[in-house]
Ligand binder design. Sequence first.
Ligand SMILES: *Cc1c(COP(=O)(O)O)cnc(C)c1O
Length: 379
Amino acid sequence: MRFGTKLLHGEKTIDKNNGAVTLPIYQSSTFHQFDIENFGEFDYGRSGNPTRNILEEEFAKLEGGKYAFAFSSGIAAISSIISIFSSGDHLIVAEDVYGGTYRAITKLFNRFNIAFTFVNTEDVNNIKKAIKSNTKAIYLETPSNPLLKITDLKSSIKLAKDNNLLTIVDNTFMSPYLQNPLILGADIVVHSATKFIGGHSDVIAGLAVTNNKQIAEEIYKIQNGFGAILSPQDCYLVSRGLKTLKIRMDESERNAIKLANWLESQEVIEKVYYPGLSYHKGYDIHKSQSFGPGAVLSFKFKNIDQTKYFLNNVKNVVVAVSLGAVETIVSYPVKMSHAAIPKDEREKLEITDTLIRVSLGIEDIEDIVEGFKTGFLNK
Ligand SMILES: *Cc1c(COP(=O)(O)O)cnc(C)c1O
């Protein structure tokens, strides 16, 4: 069965009891035990819920994995994954990780004596150099946010395996439709399901997937023990969004390719960052490890006045935090996703105040281009 069909006809998608074609919402916190000697599959809603279980089982297959876990947000998924490590452990993290991941690491997990080294993972040698005797994992995000830097997954995973380290990949920007790190050998994939997976700007959710039973047991201990679970209602919204992942992604990606090429030719633009442009630094590597460039791009204006004018005047889009929705979302990283990263750190990463990130939606591209033009000072 191919990906688009799997989204609609997974094994569990039809209710065996009554034929319902959508995910039933089991809004129950507890479950009656018919036999006190032998408990049923479910006992308490934090530990397990039928709605969540079905979503998790179906999602695991989409990522090419065996075990999935649904969390109350992307950051809850990421924090729960980091929580499988212990005091004294060291992790190597891509330096331009999602701002909230950076914040969780530097403001929360560092208090529990888990050490982190941030490196530019575009060059696998930088990862190699950062390995210490207590290093336990490499945490990657490719394409990265907001400059769409590419990390070579195959050579990073090989390096990790040679050194007995786990590889964790935040696959939010690609979704399981466009990139499957587990199939390339990664150990854990995390997602903010708030983005392309949910796809409709109506739910905050996270997912983590693995192929390894032992790792799955560790993640389950945290999911149940820390308790950042996804509610049955929100599981339903994620499941509902997932059905159209393929067609949304296809359309958004087509729009992204068109917008990237159009931006390229505009006088006011200094630079466009998009892995679908053949001169993009990671173009070949990205092509070799994914099924497409995706729907997120960034660009820099030549000056700050134009940048501010654009943000206040652009039309036919949403100016907001977030990405991966049916609406095109224009974000301003220095004030939004990357506000948690100190200014000098940000500038080192080339995240300047003239940088704009765009997550393409499924509008007609002509309207997006026209809406962008209204944000240009010299039209
Ligand atoms: C949004 C995002 C997150 C955090 O997810 P939430 O659902 O907002 O908690 C993590 N990683 C990436 C790449 C994201 O874009």
